[in-house]
Design a protein around this ligand. Structure first.
Ligand SMILES: *[C@@H]1O[C@H](CO)[C@@H](O)[C@H](O)[C@H]1NC(C)=O
Ligand SMILES: *[C@@H]1O[C@H](CO)[C@@H](O)[C@H](O)[C@H]1NC(C)=O
Ligand SMILES: *[C@@H]1O[C@H](CO)[C@@H](O)[C@H](O)[C@H]1NC(C)=O
Ligand SMILES: *[C@@H]1O[C@H](CO)[C@@H](O)[C@H](O)[C@H]1NC(C)=O
Ligand SMILES: *[C@@H]1O[C@H](CO)[C@@H](O)[C@H](O)[C@H]1NC(C)=O
Ligand SMILES: *[C@@H]1O[C@H](CO)[C@@H](O)[C@H](O)[C@H]1NC(C)=O
Ligand SMILES: *[C@@H]1O[C@H](CO)[C@@H](O)[C@H](O)[C@H]1NC(C)=O
Ligand SMILES: *[C@@H]1O[C@H](CO)[C@@H](O)[C@H](O)[C@H]1NC(C)=O
Length: 453
């Protein structure tokens, strides 16, 4: 009897191995892991119900939106894509003989110099669709008379495309352009530009370190197929960027193929970006929260005018929508304390949560979920009369349609926040003022005044 045991356990091992190698329902979509070049999607992070809690009506809402998909960002193009494409133009490799790369024999670059920083057609369509989504979501709110945008063409065009979906007649919506110059400081939709503690290259060194780690097996593999091409770390990173850009230009891209980069390698690309944004506009830059706070403060003041103000400017719209660049939404997340890798840890080991030699899969900070094309962060004011809660006003923050639980103010219906003003005062203390964090003289105002409140 006992002698049969080893055979039994052997067969158990064999069968679990078979199970372990069964793909089951594993599926992987690289488009959801492309960080700043991810097409819009709802990450459901966290998967709380986006509908207003039962018994609550949204009475006002504000949205901060990154512009929609563009052909290519200058830096991405010049640093990664163009050098790769020049190598492709020069090479004598016969791609048609290499199965994984055979498409390169006929592939043509979809990005022209002239269009580089412009919105793509799908970008315009997605922005219009967001306008429709907002109009349908807030049917009882009035169509806004004004929406706001920074002055770059891609943000202005995004705002105009959104108004096509938002209003019955887009010409009823005035698109107000807010200058992007550094001397506007916090009184702009680009407050990072006027902040001395912000540097556009912050995070590059840390990100480069991890780029080398995740691309090492890829360069080795692709160079075994085409030894004379000399695939480099930057080429591999460029391939992932091309997957995103070509998809938003042409609708699909052969570079998104899972035979070219495995799911794990796409996750490497995503994490390299997460490291970059962590130090650039995230918790790894001590000024991030101070940069994002003025929008949060102005938005809350606008949705909830203090009772002692006589001004009625802030009550003449129900919806406030503003367009900006990829840098601002992540700083707003930090100002609100969202996606903080250290939350619940009882410690604040800022850099330790983003090692550069391996992926922290348990991080909360995932750039694909935070700053994809058309990424948006919303604040809703709700009037509630629900079972189990005091009747009155509550606030909710949503990121790409997912309601967020604010750490320290989530005891309302649907984890909404009752004492938002008090919560934000606390946050102001944690993240510091714009003036103190951003100006050498400490004398810049931290107030965003564009909404007229
Ligand atoms: C392409 O080839 C030319 C001529 O051999 C060379 O001068 C140039 O540096 C090459 N460019 C790249 C990006 O390899
Ligand atoms: C491959 O490219 C890298 C980076 O451009 C360069 O430093 C290296 O010398 C090249 N290797 C070969 C074998 O051409
Ligand atoms: C409210 O707005 C109207 C129209 O702009 C203006 O005439 C009125 O004086 C304002 N009231 C206050 C209290 O500011
Ligand atoms: C992130 O979380 C840690 C741990 O709770 C906290 O000490 C820190 O203040 C938070 N960071 C910000 C910017 O809110
Ligand atoms: C985190 O990294 C940044 C950038 O390298 C550095 O300036 C900062 O001192 C580090 N913070 C801690 C707490 O180690
Ligand atoms: C929400 O709106 C409905 C329809 O207008 C109304 O009947 C209800 O009383 C409102 N609830 C609250 C809490 O304001
Ligand atoms: C802030 O202080 C700096 C340095 O003292 C000075 O040059 C600048 O003009 C001041 N800015 C304002 C808005 O007062
Ligand atoms: C928030 O906005 C109000 C009204 O503009 C302003 O008085 C206050 O200083 C702002 N708070 C911070 C921390 O910037």
């Amino acid at each position: 009897m006992y002698s049969s045991l080893p055979i039994l356990s052997l067969s158990l091992v064999a069968s679990t191995q078979v199970l372990a190698h069964t793909p089951n329902d594993y599926s992987f979509d690289p488009l959801k892991h492309l960080a700043g070049v991810a097409p819009p999607f709802d990450p459901l992070d966290p998967p709380l119900d986006p509908a207003p809690p039962q018994g609550c009506n949204v009475t006002r809402a504000a949205y901060l939106v990154r512009h929609a998909a563009i052909f290519a960002n200058d830096f991405d193009y010049e640093e990664y894509i163009e050098p790769f494409i020049q190598k492709l133009d020069n090479t004598s490799v016969d791609w048609s003989k290499i199965p994984t790369l055979s498409f390169l024999a006929t592939w043509k670059n979809p990005i022209t110099d002239a269009e580089q920083e412009m919105l793509t057609r799908s970008g315009k369509l997605e922005a219009t669709r967001l306008g429709v989504d907002i109009a349908q979501r807030y049917q009882s709110l009035r169509t806004p008379k004004k929406i706001w945008t920074s002055t770059a063409e891609r943000t202005v065009k995004s705002a105009k495309s959104l108004s096509q979906g938002l209003a019955d007649d887009a010409s009823d919506v005035e698109v107000v352009e807010i200058p992007e110059e550094a001397d506007e400081g916090a009184d702009s939709l680009t407050p990072y530009k006027g902040c001395n503690a912000y540097s556009s290259s912050a995070g590059s060194d840390q990100s480069s370190a991890f780029q080398k780690v995740y691309t090492k097996p890829v360069t080795a593999r692709l160079n075994s197929y085409a030894p004379t091409f000399n695939f480099t770390t930057k080429d591999i990173y460029g391939i992932s960027l091309l997957c995103g850009y070509e998809t938003v230009i042409r609708g699909s891209s052969p570079f998104c193929n899972l035979d070219l980069l495995t799911p794990n390698e796409w996750l490497g690309f995503e994490y390299a970006n997460d490291i970059q944004y962590h130090y650039n506009t995230g918790y790894g830059n001590p000024a991030s929260g101070a940069i994002g706070f003025p929008w949060v403060n102005a938005t809350f003041n606008t949705l909830s005018p203090p009772s002692n103000t006589q001004s009625n400017a802030s009550t003449d719209q129900d919806l406030y929508i503003s367009f900006t660049h990829r840098e601002l939404p992540p700083t707003v997340m930090v100002a609100l304390g969202l996606f903080n890798n250290s939350a619940f840890s009882g410690a604040n080991n800022i850099n330790g949560t983003m090692p550069t030699d391996r992926i922290n899969h348990r991080r909360a900070w995932k750039s694909s979920n935070i700053l994809q094309f058309l990424t948006n962060v919303a604040m809703e004011k709700m009037e509630c009369n629900c079972f189990g809660f005091e009747a009155g006003s509550y606030y909710r923050v949503l990121v790409n349609d997912a309601p967020q639980s604010l750490d320290g103010c989530a005891d309302g219906p649907g984890e909404s926040c009752r004492e938002m003003g008090q919560f934000l005062q606390g946050r102001a203390g944690v993240v510091g003022g714009y003036g103190e964090s951003c100006a050498d003289g400490g004398n810049m105002t931290g107030v965003l005044g564009i909404y007229g409140s």
